[in-house]
Design a protein around this ligand. Sequence first.
Ligand code: ADP
Ligand code: ASP
Ligand code: MG
Length: 464
Amino acid sequence: MVVVKFGGTSVGAVPQIDQAARIVQSMRDSKPVVVVSAMGGITDALLQAGEAAFTGQTQQRDDKLWEIRSRHDRTINELFKNRDTVHELQDTHRGIWEEVQKVFTGVSLLREMSSRSRDLISSFGERLIVPIFARYLRELGLEAEPVDAREIIVTSEDSEFLLVDFDETRKRCQKLSKMVKTGIVPVVTGFICSTPAGVTTTLGRGGSDYSASIIGSSIKADEIQIWTDVNGVMTADPRIVPDARVLDRVSYKEAAEMSYFGAKVLHPQTIMPAVDENIPLRIKNTFAPEMAGTLISVETPVHQYGVKTVTSITGMTLVSVEGRGMIGVPGVAGRVFTATARNRISVLMFSQGSSEQHISLVVNRHDGDATVKALRREFDQEIGRRRIDRITSISDIAIIALVGEGIKGAPGVAARAFGVLGSANINILMIAQGSSELNLSIVARQKDAPRAVQLIHEAFELNK
Ligand code: ADP
Ligand code: ASP
Ligand code: MG
């Protein structure tokens, strides 16, 4: 069995849906299980309609919903010539639209938007496209059937700190293996899942990649394929570095690290389930299926200078704890971590000067104020006694990460990176090297990030 996942652009309109479906058709002998994301832009549009409902802008809400509905209606009408098929799909959709109406009216009336409501609102995109895609595969002669992932991917109740229950999910995914055995091609909604009580949850933005790997590991697939709009994993984000190059092979560790530090091509959690079952992941271009794509597995060749890719993640806040009196205060770093963990703040980077006079951490922008507050509370006594002078934050921060298994043992990586940023007058606010020595992370102002990525790409000759 092979899991075949198509992203939003790969099902964005009729020609793309046709192309994606033909790829599935060409793979019928490999026993595909298909995972599909919402049509490109639909999840955003749903969330915008939700925001409009929440803020009482009913006209904007209805305009957005109409836009979403007509895009799907148009797709159905263009894709299927047979009127009965069109009616059959419209019937299927009718139930979903009724639910859409109820949910958005509820948000408008209550003027309340919980993370549960947000999850339910954003679930409709995948639920609308899957019946269309499955029906189109049938047109091409495949025994395809839609599957709502809320029946098979089970998560914890807590939508803020979502955890997948892999044992339960594995049991429920047997349904997919059984379908495949009888010659059926399951077409599963990406992104969405549910709690044991049946409450709709999601895997976070871009989460359909993760759906594919959860399903792949649960059914012990031979391969997990992520079909998208680029030729594979590249040496940098092609929107920032136009001459970024496609990599033939990347290791699991490298892929995990680069997605964690902002490479949108893979959702950060995608790698873990694949590693657990040692299933190779392949990134392919829906619009150039003849290209080899990128293979992600255990092994990987090392690029010269050790660095293989450079990524960046923006929208971060840098929080600093400073004070000469901190020397000798026991367990400061530990208390920083305890305080952030207690407040459910995830720390992306942490560094402590050897003099213990300065601790810095990078968190998401939306956690910035809460981090400063939590630390001020934690160190209240030390601040009172002047052992800690100040706890401050800087927003609009970016992390630029150089990733490659070869960084370990390659001398001069940091020197080369700092040199090129220094000559361009780009100020480095913090640095950290992961203990795995797989990455070197540099914190800078967000406005400098694109230029920094371009300069590092060039300095390490990543385009060659
Ligand atoms: P999909 O909708 O198929 O999931 P995404 O937009 O989520 O597609 O991810 C693919 C996009 O990721 C590409 O179009 C590209 O612009 C972006 N991207 C960012 N960094 C990288 C990288 N290092 N390699 C490849 N693509 C990248
Ligand atoms: N449709 C979802 C999103 O836009 C999931 C995905 O695309 O992977 O975030
Ligand atoms: Mg994606």
